[in-house]
Design a protein around this ligand. Structure first.
Ligand code: HEC
Ligand code: HEC
Ligand code: HEC
Ligand code: HEC
Ligand code: HEC
Length: 481
């Protein structure tokens, strides 16, 4: 007996003969079917996954979770079945008694080959069909509507941003295989959370998992190439009967990255390095170290930077996203959102009290989007119907259009289903709606030799007109509105 065993393991056809014999049992066969299914399906998904996988979280689940799980289960079942058979035969003393040669006449070999053959063909037919059906489903708008519903706020803002043609993965998935796999794992975790409804609402800002900003942004915006000055005009409307319009005109000192002037010149020019410490949400910044291109460092600290507090702040190096926090998901505070709507005539500024009443309606709370759909336009109509009957009669169309416009302002910024309300996602680019630049530039951050981080208005922008009805400068530029 022992002699024969050692011969079969070592001889020609080596270990295959006992393998085929032992594998001929139900558990191992199930294992083989799982292995073939996982293998064939993997081959089908692979090209789709490499082509566009990163943008399809469901595909990620299949590719990184279900197929590997199936594969490893199969891989475990095959030896398990063999081991049980081995033990059984050893007990009954029938182990390897008569091992037929590995020829087609061997029924065990025939069964195994047939099983794997049928499973493969079946998988190719089924897999081929499903891959095709799944891919066309995922390419459809319906998929995004259902699968990414938790992203509705970000998606809504994104389609109105200058980055609407930049795929999500450009900013959210780093370059290289490692970042790709990491993002897949996160995606799987996120999908599980969505399935079991255990995710956080609003979705937390992924400050830690965004790919390095400079690497991302500089693919398209090369800091040495943009700069100079930029004229900006803000339209504001007062909360009076006429919704009095006033304009603010600033010349932004954008500054090129290669010159150490202006906003970019001082923060992202070559050689400049700014480190800071902040709370996890980066709203409070009590400590900053500025290293100039010449390598000179200055440390600034505010009153909050005490020995006891220091441990609760995280350190970071400043990059584009510390100012451009919302490059593609900008949400506004109600005043600004309504000012934009009034200046673009989404809400008609010639309707009396449109700003004041509109704000009141926008600020009210609505339990769901459906409720807002019903209540917001109605509240606006009702105001004119009850309190300005003449306006309502003469300008019914304007009232109706503005009522719908007001609703669109709300729907662009508030998403009760995701707990996204006014101001949940701060934009740090300025200093009027959120602390923004003034998190550092408040003249309260001092260095050991008494320097402060400047709050000089004209260091960042030239204030050419501050809330003027007809700024002279615009007239000079030939802009008459
Ligand atoms: C130009 C770069 C860019 C693109 C393109 C982009 N994002 Fe973002 N996204 C960001 C940044 C930056 C943040 C973090 C914002 C912050 O720090 O305040 C973010 C945050 C988010 C968040 C977290 C919640 C929040 O609002 O802070 C979600 C969800 C999100 N993005 C989804 C998407 C989806 C879905 C797409 C594609 C439809 C997309 N993003 C496209 C840059 C981008
Ligand atoms: C794939 C290319 C691409 C990437 C990556 C990209 N952008 Fe842009 N960005 C654009 C385009 C295109 C525009 C629109 C240009 C225009 O309006 O003149 C734009 C516009 C902008 C603007 C000007 C918006 C305005 O008000 O006019 C800012 C600011 C900006 N991007 C910042 C960023 C930041 C920050 C990142 C990194 C998170 C980034 N971009 C990544 C292509 C890109
Ligand atoms: C210190 C804050 C800060 C940092 C850091 C910063 N920016 Fe800016 N950036 C601004 C401000 C402020 C503006 C002008 C916004 C405005 O016009 O209101 C601006 C404007 C821009 C514009 C539009 C330029 C134009 O002329 O229209 C682009 C593009 C841009 N930034 C990209 C970047 C990129 C890419 C990085 C990282 C390499 C970066 N910024 C880093 C504050 C910053
Ligand atoms: C550290 C740079 C910085 C300093 C200092 C600064 N600002 Fe600004 N300010 C900005 C930026 C950036 C924006 C543009 C924000 C945006 O793009 O939405 C802005 C926008 C504004 C606006 C128009 C935005 C609005 O909503 O009305 C006004 C007005 C303004 N600043 C006034 C001032 C005044 C007055 C001072 C001096 C006390 C000052 N700023 C100091 C950076 C600065
Ligand atoms: C993390 C802290 C931090 C933030 C946030 C920050 N800055 Fe700065 N900034 C500095 C430091 C430090 C200096 C160098 C000290 C100085 O010159 O005041 C500086 C310098 C500047 C200067 C040159 C000032 C001068 O003296 O000529 C400008 C302009 C500027 N920042 C604009 C901005 C704008 C605009 C924003 C917001 C979009 C902003 N900064 C946000 C830290 C910051």
């Amino acid at each position: 007996m022992a002699e024969e065993t050692s011969k079969t393991f070592g001889g020609e056809q080596g270990w295959l003969k006992p393998f085929v014999h032992l594998a001929d049992n139900l558990i191992s066969k199930i294992g083989f079917v799982l292995l073939t299914t996982a293998g064939v399906a993997w081959l089908f998904v692979l090209p789709v996954e490499t082509r566009e996988g990163a943008s399809h979280p469901y595909l990620g689940i299949l590719f990184f979770l279900i197929l590997p799980a199936m594969f490893f289960l199969g891989l475990a079942l095959v030896p398990l079945g063999m081991f049980r058979k081995l033990r059984r035969e050893r007990k009954t003393g029938t182990l390897f008694q008569r091992l037929p040669p590995l020829a087609w006449s061997n029924p065990e070999l025939r069964r195994l080959v047939k099983l794997i053959g049928i499973a493969t063909i079946a998988n190719i037919v089924i897999g081929g069909y499903y891959t095709h059906a799944t891919v066309s489903y995922m390419d459809s708008a319906g998929f995004c509507g259902t699968a990414c519903h938790v992203m509705t706020p970000e998606y809504t803002a994104y389609v109105e941003s200058p980055h609407v043609n930049v795929p999500c993965v450009e900013c959210h998935v780093g370059a290289g295989t490692q970042a790709y796999i990491q993002s897949k794992w996160r995606g799987v975790g996120q999908l599980v959370a969505v399935t079991f409804n255990t995710y956080e609402k609003p979705i937390p800002t992924p400050v830690h998992t965004l790919r390095p900003a400079r690497e991302t942004c500089e693919q398209c915006h090369w800091p040495q190439k943009f700069g100079g000055y930029r004229l900006r005009v803000w339209d504001k409307f007062a909360e009076d009967e006429q919704n009095t319009n006033a304009k603010t005109v600033l010349v932004m000192r954008i500054g090129g990255g290669s010159m150490t002037t202006g906003i970019h010149g001082f923060h992202v020019a070559p050689g400049i390095n700014i480190e800071y410490a902040a709370d996890p949400k980066r709203q409070t910044i009590p400590w900053v170290r500025y290293t100039s291109a010449e390598g000179k460092s200055v440390e600034y600290a505010s009153e909050e930077w005490t020995p006891e507090n220091q441990a609760s702040f995280e350190r970071r190096t400043m990059d584009c996203l510390d100012c451009h926090t919302r490059p593609s998901h900008q949400f506004f505070v109600p005043e600004r959102a309504l000012d934009i709507a009034l200046s673009t005539r989404v809400v008609d500024a010639s309707l009396p009290w449109a700003k004041k009443k509109g704000l009141e309606i926008l600020r009210a709370s609505y339990a769901s989007t459906e409720e807002a759909d019903a209540r917001i336009p109605e509240a606006f109509r009702e105001f004119y119907r009850n309190e300005h009957a003449d306006v309502f009669k003469e300008r019914e169309q304007a009232v109706e259009k503005s009522a719908q416009g007001l609703l669109s302002v709300w729907r662009r910024n508030v998403f009760p289903e995701m707990n996204v309300t006014w101001g949940v996602y701060p934009d740090q680019i300025g200093h009027t709606d959120f602390p923004g630049c003034f998190r550092c530039h408040d003249e309260m951050h001092t260095s050991s030799d008494g320097q402060v981080i400047s709050q000089d208005c004209s260091a960042c922008h030239e204030v050419v007109a501050l809330e003027e009805t007809k700024p002279e400068i615009l007239g000079k530029l030939g802009i008459h509105e």
